[in-house]
Design a protein around this ligand. Sequence first.
Ligand code: NAD
Length: 323
Amino acid sequence: MDEALRIQQLRKQLETYAREYYIQDAPTVTDQEYDRLMHELEDLEAGHPELADPNSPTQRVIGAILPGFEKYTHARRMLSLGDIFSREELEEFVARVRKEFPGASFVAECKYDGLAMALHYEDGRFVRAVTRGDGLTGEVVTANVRTIRSVPMYIDAPGHVEVRGEVYMPKVSFERLNEVQTTLHLPLFANPRNAAAGSIRNLETSVAASRNLEIFLYWYQNALEHGINTQARALEAMHAMGFPVNMDFAVCDTVDELWAFIEKTREKRSSLPYEIDGVVIKVNSLEQEEALGLNAKTPRYAIAYKYPAQEVQTRLDDIFLTI
Ligand code: NAD
């Protein structure tokens, strides 16, 4: 097929899939298929700079803001992450960072499969929760996030604190939810990620309250202002403030150490009580993070290593989807 035509076709197709995923919380293709098509489009666009388009799905943090929710503009954009699938690409990422910062070290963390969320506190009091939305502006979902019991309403920290993390539905809650849906002859949810997103972006707070959602925090947005200068210390500080933080992370100086974390996590993936779809690798120094900055829609200071599809895949076309 003509490559220009294929580019147009892929852009349209990916936009449709993104709408189903982000707005309706009801995907019709697997994430792996979506990622495969996105990479095909990226490769084709790289070979045809004359066909560049800022509206292309490769250039935008794709997300959506549902009507009915108040909107909030993020002080610092909430970004997607670039993804990699091999040790070679991991080596390339480390080399790119080390070109600018030869002594850089890294933090490896699980990549939770849920919904990104920013939590805001003023003088120790929880004041606001905002979804990623389109990266610049998100939906204010404070009332729904208040129903997540592990989100602290008060923390021991002065001034403005913004932490970011992932709201998720534990596997056991997801299974129970679908059992209830079956008993009530209601449509099933495709996966815990879509069930969590649908619950949080529901105008009826009692829905979120009934869904047993959880959260892991993984960014301390304004850590430098609070005298914290590494990602590892930021995770520890959030943990000490009472936030749910997964302390099973690793500070790594070499690709071998990063790869060992990826392999160790791959082995225990299916036994974890929550879904993960990879490992996020971040530059440890927050000053280096700031200096590295951003690409068009992804940071240069972090990357997501994604695992291949799990052996048991939900047959999306076999089940009904709902929010
Ligand atoms: P992403 O899921 O690939 O990665 C970015 C997100 O990872 C961040 O926004 C954050 O929410 C999350 N994250 C989890 N753990 C983290 C941690 N420890 N540190 C930092 N961030 C962490 O990117 P995305 O833009 O949210 O979603 C794109 C992906 O969604 C695609 O790659 C695809 O897999 C899936 N998708 C699927 C369809 C479909 O139709 N099946 C459609 C659109 C998107």
